[in-house]
Design a protein around this ligand. Structure first.
Ligand code: HEM
Length: 252
């Protein structure tokens, strides 16, 4: 029988290989410092950095998480169509389908598990959770994969039966909802994944070890930056494709 520590060591070895293999990844013209010298004497990156710092200083609730370099140089597309939203996985997607959808964008299953850690911040709504709380698959009972105490907390305080408005539900433990930390994964390990897909990530044979690893070590915040950069390079427009908008809210 494999010791629990052995599983974590194996996971760390896999992580090291994944990161090493990706270190020299070429992402078109995307680069840190892309805008250096491209805006007269002002440094675009310093202007944005200072604005973000000022916002963080103003709102003390926004804190926590690792720093990571962002690659710049992407251009905006000129077309946005509703059907594209259908390409996004829904809250009840099964893990093999989700893995397949991410793979089509060049992201592997480990990238996916790390990126779903974005649910360490933000909210969902009762309309997407209530089927897990009250009448799961027509059984008249809650989803058995959810911790009964958590079912009680959510049904009592967030989504009571018969509620008429679509209340918000935190995707992570409310005490760490504004911090990018491993708590999303440790909640799943406690069977407190809020969306169906969150809990499935922890229960599926292909991804359970990732949740175990990310939920029991402190690697997530730095790995999140790496995976976000990979996501940010998906279908990215560079060179003469797309355009640089003069107004961020609309095409030129
Ligand atoms: C299989 C993959 C994923 C599924 C099925 C999924 C599904 C969802 C759903 C259903 C919501 C709640 C929306 C609502 O109630 O209005 C949500 C929220 C959110 N998702 Fe995901 N998601 C996935 C992956 C990701 C990824 C890769 C990221 C970012 C890297 C991400 C970032 C977020 C954030 C930040 C929120 C909170 C939004 C807010 O507070 O308004 N998700 N997701």
């Amino acid at each position: 029988m494999q010791r629990p520590g052995g599983a974590v060591q194996l996971a760390m070895a896999v992580v090291a290989v994944v990161l090493a293999a990706s270190a020299g990844l070429c992402r078109g013209q995307l680069a840190g410092g892309f805008y250096d010298g491209k805006c007269g004497n002002s440094s675009v990156e310093t202007v944005i950095h200072d604005a973000v710092q000022a916002r963080l200083a103003w709102d003390k609730r926004m804190c926590g998480g690792a720093r990571y370099e962002v690659q710049l140089g992407r251009r905006d597309g000129t077309v946005s169509q509703a059907y594209m939203a259908a390409q996004l996985p829904g809250p009840d997607v099964d893990i093999p389908t989700a893995i397949d959808m991410f793979a089509k964008k060049g992201l592997n299953s480990f990238d996916m598990a790390i990126l779903m850690g974005a649910h360490t911040v933000g909210v969902t709504h009762c309309s997407l959770v209530k089927h897990r709380l009250h009448d799961f698959n027509g059984t008249g009972k809650p989803d058995p994969s959810m911790d009964p105490l958590y079912v009680w907390i959510l049904t009592t305080f967030a989504c009571p039966s018969g509620q008429t408005f679509d209340n918000i539900v935190y995707l992570d433990d409310p005490s760490s909802i504004l911090t990018v930390d491993r708590s999303y994964y440790s909640q799943i390990l406690k069977r407190r994944g809020v969306l169906d897909v969150d809990q499935k990530l922890g229960d599926n044979g292909a991804t359970a070890w990732m949740v175990q690893f990310l939920g029991t070590t402190d690697f997530f915040p730095s790995m999140f930056g790496y995976a976000l950069n990979k996501l940010a390079a998906v279908d990215v427009k560079t060179g003469a494709a797309g355009e640089i908008r003069t107004n961020c809210r609309r095409t030129n």
